[in-house]
Design a protein around this ligand. Structure first.
Ligand code: ATP
Length: 298
């Protein structure tokens, strides 16, 4: 009987994690062997990433037919560019990221990578091209080395350490009595939010994907840790096509383009400066967050 219930437990865990937001999808697809309702077309070719241009063409999406979540969203991120998506809670920001990973199929429009519709290529090739630094990283009950090496199966110890250095977590790992062999997860070492994010960054560095999704944590890290993580992320994002799902506007100031999503539609778009000049929703959100930050300091 226990055998029968184990898959149910796992599904419950997966469901809870999905509900929390955009989780480590790479990890999750390996935890469950089902591919949700998404399937490859027979004879689908692999995705061939030449430059890494990502475009949304009039994309619509609904989890339930009666309730549209995204309504005709279009944008283009040139190869190596950074697009930030901001907007009120529930606007559809994380949903947008889930669609790029093809966790669900769009209900209208197309998502293209270098001109190829992501629904027409194999899921394996698509997911190999995308790295996600999620809000909440799934850690396995295994060593910290395994948890980083998970980013690329054939990685050797030297590569794992190089990735850990890039994510600024090598020093921390070296300070553990068992180093890279230290056990983490439920039955081992508990990592802080910032340390978990660094594991996710190291995994991503190891995977070295041309396209990167950064889903900013909603739960605030302390401001010093956050600034340090932010600096690490900027280096990871350089040269890669990056989409940042941002909850704090201070992290999007340098984005090439910012898209303000409101109730599933793009309400405003532009650079930080042009959006401030517009004096609309973004400017209002910016003022509010500035005021909040000042209150906190005081
Ligand atoms: P936040 O800033 O709070 O993270 P968000 O802009 O990322 O919000 P999404 O997580 O994309 O918003 O959610 C958009 C809408 O879709 C919300 O109303 C949410 O309740 C709904 N939604 C999200 N996931 C599911 C799901 N798996 N099934 C049904 N509805 C969902």
């Amino acid at each position: 009987l226990a055998q029968l219930f184990r898959p149910l437990d796992l599904l419950g865990m997966v469901y809870r994690t999905v509900r929390q937001g955009l989780i480590d999808m790479d990890a999750m697809f390996n935890l469950i062997d089902t591919r949700a309702e998404v399937t490859d077309h027979s004879g689908a070719p692999p995705l061939v990433v030449t430059a890494g241009r990502l475009s949304f063409e009039d994309v619509s999406f609904a989890y339930d037919a009666e309730r549209p979540i995204l309504k005709g969203v279009s944008f283009e991120i040139p190869a190596g560019g950074t697009l930030a998506v901001v907007g009120p809670s529930g606007a559809g920001k994380s949903t947008l990221a889930r669609l790029i990973f093809r966790f669900y199929d769009v209900t209208g429009g197309r998502i293209l990578i270098d001109g190829q519709d992501i629904a027409a290529v194999t899921q394996t090739s698509l997911r190999a091209a995308i790295g996600i630094v999620p809000q909440d990283t799934v850690l396995f009950n295994d060593t910290i080395g395994y948890n980083i090496g998970y980013g690329r199966e054939d990685a050797g110890q030297a590569e794992i350490e190089a990735a850990a250095r890039g994510a600024a977590i090598h020093g921390f790992i070296e300070s553990l009595p068992d180093g890279y062999d230290a056990k983490v997860g439920e039955r081992g070492l508990k990592l802080s939010g910032g340390e978990k994010q660094r594991v996710a960054i190291a995994r991503t560095l190891l995977k070295d994907p041309p396209i990167l999704i950064l889903d900013e944590a909603t739960s605030a890290l302390d401001s010093r840790t956050e600034a340090e993580i932010q600096a690490t992320l900027s280096t990871v994002a350089a040269r890669r096509t990056t989409i940042v799902i941002a909850h704090r506007l201070s992290t999007v100031v340098d984005a090439d383009e910012i898209v303000v999503l409101e109730a599933g539609r793009i309400a405003e778009r532009g650079t930080h400066r042009s959006l401030l000049r517009k004096n609309g929703l973004y400017a209002e959100m910016w003022m509010r967050q500035q005021a909040e930050a000042e209150m906190e300091e005081a």
